[in-house]
Design a protein around this ligand. Structure first.
Ligand code: AMP
Ligand code: FE
Ligand code: FE
Ligand code: ZN
Length: 307
């Protein structure tokens, strides 16, 4: 008897994250998107619904420092025919350089990874009230409760503080709130916990996944030629060549670097819903993002090294 076509199989909405033969509706994927679990404005299910509406074949949910949205997104994906890939975005450091590290295709229930995530979250829980205290010292009347109310139950962070500052008229825009108060160099700035790149990469590999340097445009261009070989030595697997912040010149430069260092070139929009207006799922800013399923095949092939 022939195997049933995936379309004939009725998905069980309550089945968690079993591999599911997803009918391929097209070839477009997005490998970088945030939900309300971190600083996006769509809940995991809403994000997957949006991906389905756009006809995406696969979507990686890459919340900052959190894997809590993945099971919900996978349940929705099973129902809607979108393959949901486990992802995460860590704030990492190597020497004096700070950058973001994406992880894909790991086991979200891995114990060591879970432990590291709890450490980062504990640090964040401690940092938030200290930022609020700094704002209060600057004469801004804002409370932790008001900020939490802005966070839809997920991770609380600076984007939520920025919105409260705008609501209260203490800043004209979210951007101004970051420039004047919350961002690096701002009057109430406190850094967040960064994971050494070595540790981030080892954690992801230990959980059966791959490590990809996110939006390399955020690292000073002249530092990348030294940073990449160092990260490669630590086991880096990929480079996010396509991203909503990358113009054609960056895209070409990062594609060349990825090829030179045998890194898997990946891509995604970095969609945050209305927290990053103008950045659309799958297409980025004015169509500067376009990622194909073959990218995912290449990451999967790479991940076989760590299984
Ligand atoms: P947190 O996790 O609390 O450190 O906040 C980091 C998040 O704040 C980032 O993921 C961005 O979404 C947002 N963010 C950081 N810097 C800026 C900025 N200059 N303007 C607007 N949003 C920013
Ligand atoms: Fe973010
Ligand atoms: Fe990032
Ligand atoms: Zn991101």
């Amino acid at each position: 008897m022939a195997a049933p076509d995936a379309r004939d199989v009725v998905p069980d909405p309550e089945a968690a994250s079993e591999p599911w033969p997803i009918p391929r509706t097209g070839d477009r994927v997005d490998l970088h998107a945030h939900t309300t679990v971190s600083d996006g404005t769509l809940a995991p299910r809403e994000l997957v619904q949006h991906a389905a509406d756009l006809g995406l074949t696969a979507l990686a949910v890459t919340d900052h420092d959190h894997v809590g949205g993945i099971p919900m997104a996978q349940r929705a994906g099973n129902q809607l025919g979108v393959e949901v890939i486990p992802g995460i975005e860590f704030s990492a450091e190597h020497g004096d350089l700070h950058f973001h590290m994406l992880g894909f295709l790991f086991d979200p229930d891995d114990a060591a990874l879970g432990h590291a995530i709890s450490e980062v979250q504990r640090y964040r829980a401690d940092r938030n009230p200290r930022i609020i205290a700094k704002l209060n010292e600057l004469g801004i009347d804002v409370t932790m409760e008001e900020v939490e109310a802005r966070a839809s139950g997920g991770l609380v962070g600076r984007p939520h503080m920025a919105r409260v500052l705008v609501d209260k008229g203490a800043a004209a825009s979210v951007q101004e709130a970051f420039d004047v108060y919350l961002g690096e160099g701002g009057e109430a700035y406190l850094p967040k916990k960064r994971i050494p790149a070595e540790e981030a990469i080892a954690l992801l590999h230990g959980a059966g996944g791959v490590a990809v340097m996110a939006h390399p445009i955020t690292v000073e261009a002249h530092r990348l030629p030294d940073l990449l070989p160092a990260l490669l030595e630590l086991g880096l697997d990929g480079l996010e060549v396509v991203h909503s912040k990358h113009g054609p010149a960056e895209r070409a430069r990062f594609a060349a670097l990825a090829a030179e260092h045998n890194l898997v070139p990946t891509g995604g929009s970095d969609f945050h819903g209305s927290n990053k207006p103008g950045v659309d799922l799958a297409t980025g800013v004015e169509g500067n993002v376009d990622v194909r399923y073959a990218t995912l095949d290449a990451l999967r092939e790479r991940a076989t090294r760590y299984r």
